[in-house]
Design a protein around this ligand. Structure first.
Ligand code: ZN
Length: 260
């Protein structure tokens, strides 16, 4: 099943499941009281939103060997995690706002894990029970600020620096090797396979849930393959994950006092 969150012009309900003729709106949420309604809206009637509103986004740095190497970093012995604020999340087609503080903003195409239920001290072998599904993410990064600051909070945390979407797919298995692709203005920049992650999804859930309780809707970004590079104002950035779809976001300038 593919789950989307939409602003539909025919109903207040925001969650739906993709069907051949459109999006069937559902009551509740995929986390509780999930129930189909009689209403199916067409794609023209619905604007896609970020598929979840996480309480936190946990991201993993250097989880692909070739990406660690391209930035001259060693492969970590345990997952290198950091947080992105929930306010960095945007949905498909929403603009990434290029901050004035940076002159080197990069795209990072990543598979995102959406947590389905409260997860605390989960063992690797049980981890799949806590996954609702997978979506695509762009871990947008101000590379110059990431390098100059001790913490990555500023470089990774600007508003709009976490596009998610377009849908949550509940049937995929990243161990089978899903293609992760990034294109900028149609030009291929990144191409990797989730089968090449150093720490797999189950290991990441065990590791992270020992540190912090994961809540329904929380998101883990699983790291980016090699090929990261700059984006500029006016660009169109696409992250595609095999089986999930394409997450496209334009890049615009962020002016002081500007809103999302
Ligand atoms: Zn990343």
């Amino acid at each position: 099943m593919k789950i989307v969150r939409v602003d539909s012009r025919v109903d207040d309900i925001t969650y739906g499941a993709v069907e051949p003729e459109g999006i069937r709106l559902h009551l509740g949420s995929p986390f509780i009281a999930w129930e189909p309604t009689e209403t199916v809206v067409t794609w023209d009637q619905a604007r896609l939103l970020a598929p979840v509103i996480p309480t936190k986004v946990i991201a993993v740095g250097r989880n692909y060997e070739e990406h660690a190497a391209e930035l001259d970093n060693p492969v970590p012995e345990e997952p290198a995690i950091f947080l992105k604020p929930p306010t960095s999340v945007i949905g498909p087609l929403q603009a990434i706002r290029y901050p004035e503080e940076s002159s080197n903003v990069h795209h990072e195409a990543e598979l995102a894990v959406v947590i389905g239920k409260v997860a605390k001290e989960v063992k690797m072998e049980d981890a799949s029970q806590y996954v609702l599904g997978y979506t695509a993410a762009n871990d947008v990064t101000a590379r110059d600020l990431q390098k100059s600051d001790v913490q990555w909070t500023r470089g990774k945390g600007f508003d709009t620096f976490c596009p998610l979407g377009p849908a949550i797919d509940t049937d995929l298995d990243p161990l089978e090797g899903l293609q992760v692709t990034c294109r900028v203005n149609g030009e291929l920049r990144q191409s990797g396979s989730t089968g090449d992650m150093i720490f797999g999804v189950a290991e990441l859930i065990e590791y992270v849930s020992r540190i912090m309780t994961l809540l329904p809707g929380d998101v883990i970004l699983t790291g980016t393959p090699s090929g990261v590079g700059p984006i500029e104002v006016g660009d169109r950035v696409e992250v595609e994950i095999e089986g999930i779809g394409v997450l496209m976001n334009p890049v615009v300038a962020r002016s002081r006092g500007g809103t999302k």
